[in-house]
Design a protein around this ligand. Structure first.
Ligand code: TXA
Ligand code: MG
Length: 340
């Protein structure tokens, strides 16, 4: 099966295309669609067989639960047991938007979606095509990022086609995603809010609305990883090896670079303040975290396509504005050997 990739206008999609996509979803099939963060691989969230197709297409382990996308707050309501008090101000500010809330699930939500957890992750996406698909289908859509498990998330329909094109029937193509990295995931199901995954909505912004937000234990190991599988250490990885370095470090002299180049591999650097010598390609990344996020995955995809073997990424600045970028780079990276 090769996916149909259909170009749709962001704001005025052809209703016939949206109806056809909705029909696929209603009959238990998969549709890849754009959201403001990354492209999602959608299925009817209340149909366990359809949801299982997502796991099969991605090669995703069954214990890693999926985010459910809903059209609005009332569509969310039937999937949960109750709203915690903290949800209200967040929803008012960020739905639609790149904030996913983990809430106590209602019995309507199948185990296939939550991997057996008593909670469900919900968000209302802020993309006109995603919203049109939700309203045309009348469904809640389980949708993880539309890539094979462990790969860098897709921010264009081309990325989706390259990763899953032979496994799904339809990709709705509305161009590049604006945010460029996955949503912030906030767990409101326990006694205190816990930030499970940093994203475009920053921790400080959340705290300004609802007070202190906890971080998951840093060294939680497998137990934490399985409660919140996005916390798995290595994730979102390009095919190339990615290594982080400090702006002042002599990267070209490092053993990692020399070994790569000696074996004929080409090396690229993602830089902001530094201009490393001795690498094959230098890519100057944006100064603002928002612009950096928009470009990061597209850049990693491009470097993989061009056959680069080693990516040196300058460490982002300290401070909360860069939390999400730091998180994604650290998950993509292999630890730098002792010579750095
Ligand atoms: O921006 C996004 O969130 C994108 C777009 C498509 O919406 N989706 C996305 O989905 O990134 P995915 O499946 O790649 O990431 C979902 C994350 C995973 O880290 C998963 O472990 C976590 O959310 N998650 C899902 N349900 C959960 C739950 N009930 N409790 C804790 N974590 C949960
Ligand atoms: Mg993903």
């Amino acid at each position: 099966m090769a996916a149909h990739r259909i170009r749709v206008s962001r704001t005025h999609p052809d209703p016939a295309v949206m109806t056809a996509a909705a029909e696929l979803l209603r009959t238990g099939q998969l549709v890849a669609f754009p959201t403001e963060t990354v492209y999602g691989l959608g299925a009817n969230a209340l149909d366990p067989q359809a949801v299982n197709l997502i796991y099969a297409a991605k090669g995703r382990p069954g214990w890693n639960p999926l985010i459910v996308h809903v059209a609005d707050r009332s569509a969310a309501e039937r999937l949960i047991l109750a709203w915690p008090a903290t949800a209200e101000p967040l929803i008012r500010r960020w739905w639609p938007g790149p904030l996913t809330l983990v809430l106590p699930r209602s019995p309507e939500v199948p185990d296939a979606v939550t991997a057996g957890l008593e909670t469900v992750a919900l968000r209302v996406p802020a993309h006109p095509i995603a919203l049109a698909l939700l309203s045309t289908s009348g469904l809640a859509l389980a949708a993880p990022s539309a890539n094979r498990s462990g790969e860098v998330s897709p921010t264009t329909a081309e990325h989706v086609a390259a990763s899953l094109g032979d496994r799904i029937p339809l990709i709705l193509d509305a161009g590049a995603c604006e945010v460029g990295i996955e949503s912030t995931v906030l767990d409101l199901s326990g006694p205190e809010p816990v930030l499970l995954r940093p994203g475009a909505v920053g921790r400080e912004e959340i705290e300004s609305l609802i007070g202190p937000v906890a971080l998951p234990a840093a060294e939680g190991g497998d137990a934490v990883a399985r409660r919140s599988p996005g916390m798995l250490q290595r994730h979102y990885s390009p095919a190339a090896q990615l290594v982080l370095y400090h702006a002042g470090a002599d990267v070209s002299g490092s053993e990692t670079v020399r070994r790569c180049q000696a074996a004929g591999g080409r090396v690229a650097a993602l830089v902001r303040d530094s201009r490393p010598l001795g690498v094959d390609q230098v890519l100057i990344m944006p100064d603002s975290p928002t612009a950096y996020a928009r470009e990061l995955y597209a850049t990693l995809h491009r470097l993989d396509e061009s056959g680069i073997k080693l990516i040196l990424a300058e460490r982002p600045p300290e401070g909360p504005a860069w939390d999400a970028i730091r998180d994604r780079l650290m998950r993509a990276a292999t630890p730098l050997p002792a010579d750095q």
